[in-house]
Design a protein around this ligand. Sequence first.
Ligand SMILES: C[S@@+](CC[C@H](N)C(=O)[O-])C[C@H]1O[C@@H](n2cnc3c(N)ncnc32)[C@H](O)[C@@H]1O
Length: 217
Amino acid sequence: MKLKRMLEYRRLLRTTQPRRYVNLFRTIYQRRCRRIIEIGTWNAVHAEQMILTAGARHPIESVVYCGFDLFEELTDEQFKLEFSKRPPNYQEVLHRLQRTGADIRLVRGNTRETLPRSGELLRGADFVFIDGGHSIETIAGDWSAVRQAMGPQTTVIFDDYYPGAGPELAGLGCQHLIDGLDRSEYSVELLEPTDAFEQPWGVLRVQMARVMLSRSS
Ligand SMILES: C[S@@+](CC[C@H](N)C(=O)[O-])C[C@H]1O[C@@H](n2cnc3c(N)ncnc32)[C@H](O)[C@@H]1O
């Protein structure tokens, strides 16, 4: 089974689109991550791929995935404010993920409320993917909860670093937060590849950023 999952992982690296998502799978595989948090589960396709990648390194029943999302509670207003995608409902996502055989927990609600009371779930995570609401305020709130629970073994990946963002992306993305992190406290890497998407107003470039506690902190 592990061999099958390893071959699936290699196939995922070759085929995944958009290309920047290889960073999730490489990080989980290379660092042998087993306790995964995803902020913004959406349709669970990447969640399932992350879980199966962890399952190439560990027995799948020992892999723990905890996803946070608004699911069916996402309002039209939040949809616009968070530059979001519309997720399926909670039960559909839960059913899909439980079929992996991993230990699945899903937390429904606005992360501005759910994350501050989820310290116990966050502590002990070795991999955190921050990809929920895209407003600067929501990303800052998500990071604040994650930061407090981080340990030396925790790797955090942020999506939605918009290099060279112009006025069209005002108020969105993690670039200000990442650029402002204290490099003596955190080790920060901007990850390639960068994806590019044509928009009515120009080209949207999107990168991921990887953050850990720095060794000296
Ligand atoms: C870009 S999608 C996530 C994509 C997913 N991580 C992936 O890689 O396929 C963003 C998700 O975050 C959720 N979301 C947006 N704002 C949120 C908030 N304030 N609290 C909780 N979830 C939120 C949306 O419902 C949506 O499903």
